[in-house]
Design a protein around this ligand. Sequence first.
Ligand SMILES: Nc1ncnc2c1ncn2[C@@H]1O[C@H](COP(=O)(O)OP(=O)(O)OP(=O)(O)O)[C@@H](O)[C@H]1O
Ligand SMILES: [Mg+2]
Length: 131
Amino acid sequence: MGSLNIENVKKAFGPVEVLKGIDLEVNDGEFVVFVGPSGCGKSTLLRVIAGLEDSTSGRVVIDGDDVSVTPPAKRGIAMVFQTYALYPHLTVKNNMGLGLKQAGTPSAEIERRIKIASAMLSLEPYLERQH
Ligand SMILES: Nc1ncnc2c1ncn2[C@@H]1O[C@H](COP(=O)(O)OP(=O)(O)OP(=O)(O)O)[C@@H](O)[C@H]1O
Ligand SMILES: [Mg+2]
């Protein structure tokens, strides 16, 4: 359990400003739901909180600590994605690379991107695991 404070968080993708200064306080034990039309920025905000995406400006504070530049694995929070497809017959690594493989991405590039993502999430020890 803990608290979350979001202070004037903005996120732009190029010229498109998706988060336009979000302020939110979530106290210990509170349950919060983000509701809004598709594309309004719900997932982007969750990704910024989790550290999977950098905000353009503003602060994310967890339990009083500014984690705005803290890597995701060190934030002590978890995220479950709205859509996921994990194949039990594939290793963690092959699950991670499947979308890229199907898109025809060269295997060296797949390796490179799995390395970056797994380092970000401290998943390296599990890459060869089946589940
Ligand atoms: N990596 C990215 N690069 C460019 N634009 C992006 C990127 N990620 C999200 N966007 C854009 O940001 C906006 C918000 O997207 P986001 O996925 O946060 O919406 P959402 O509220 O979660 O939508 P949904 O209800 O469909 O899940 C959309 O216009 C989307 O196209
Ligand atoms: Mg979403």
